[in-house]
Design a protein around this ligand. Structure first.
Ligand code: MD3
Ligand code: FE
Length: 218
């Protein structure tokens, strides 16, 4: 384990782990060998349930484009944030969670000490240059004892990891393609966000950063 603040070329090689906070563990390159398959699946899911820019309850267009797969998908609109069984773009269920996705999420959760995690929702975030996510908590899931597993693909982003209060000064952590983070326990309600993604070209994912978050929504 490498303490936070010591991540450099020497320490963030695939296979290394960095604790970001108690019960928040960064698994460097954990999904690197699955990049190609994950990319194929994202394309197949988006062909059914396209990426869309949702509206915040306050009426702002989110800069991140989103879609989902699994029994429940996260949505935001004028009525608020929630999980829905049907994709509102189509009035049909979200594409199923590929076995590759759930197996990866379970393996990462087990590695981080959360054996038994069984996700029913995967939110897929797509960032173009300039897209960002402001500090927030994830609290729309029924059982907050269940962790969240996050998989980053494509362009690097600066992850902002705050504390229990939104005003706590966030720690900045680069998330690279193939990195996986597991958040649970005392870190489950920590504030977090993503700084504006810089323009670039990833060899496999081009001008995008994708983030998959696996959740137990219901
Ligand atoms: C820490 N996504 O979709 S993933 C989100 O990179 C979200 O797209 C970001 O925040 C992204 O809600 C960050 C990392 C993450 C996800 C959930 C968390 C960190 C978390 C829940 C609690 C604490
Ligand atoms: Fe979040």
């Amino acid at each position: 384990m490498t303490p936070l603040g010591c991540s450099g070329d020497l320490f963030d090689a695939p296979g290394a782990t960095t604790p970001l906070a108690p019960q928040a563990l960064l698994l460097h390159g954990f999904a690197l060998d699955l990049e190609a398959d994950l990319g194929e699946w994202i394309g197949a899911i988006a062909a059914r349930s396209p990426f869309r820019h949702m509206q915040t309850p306050g009426g702002q267009r989110m800069s991140v484009a989103m879609t989902s797969c699994g029994a429940a998908g996260w949505i935001s609109d004028a009525r608020g944030y929630r999980y829905e069984a049907l994709d509102p773009c189509r009035g049909e269920p979200w594409p199923p969670l590929p076995e590759l996705f759930s197996a990866l999420a379970r393996r990462a959760a087990t590695t981080a000490g959360f054996a038994g995690f069984d996700p029913d929702a995967c939110l897929i975030n797509r960032y173009q240059s300039g897209a960002r996510m402001s500090l927030h908590q994830d609290r729309d899931e029924r059982d907050l004892a269940q962790p969240i597993v996050s998989v980053s693909l494509g362009l690097t982003a600066t992850f902002l990891f705050g504390g229990a209060r939104r005003s706590d000064r966030p720690v900045r952590v680069p998330l690279r393609s193939g990195d996986v983070v597991v958040w649970g326990g005392v870190s489950r309600l920590a504030h977090h966000g993503v700084g504006p993604v810089a323009a670039g070209a990833h060899p496999r994912f081009g001008q995008y950063r994708f983030n998959l978050t696996f959740r137990r929504a219901r």
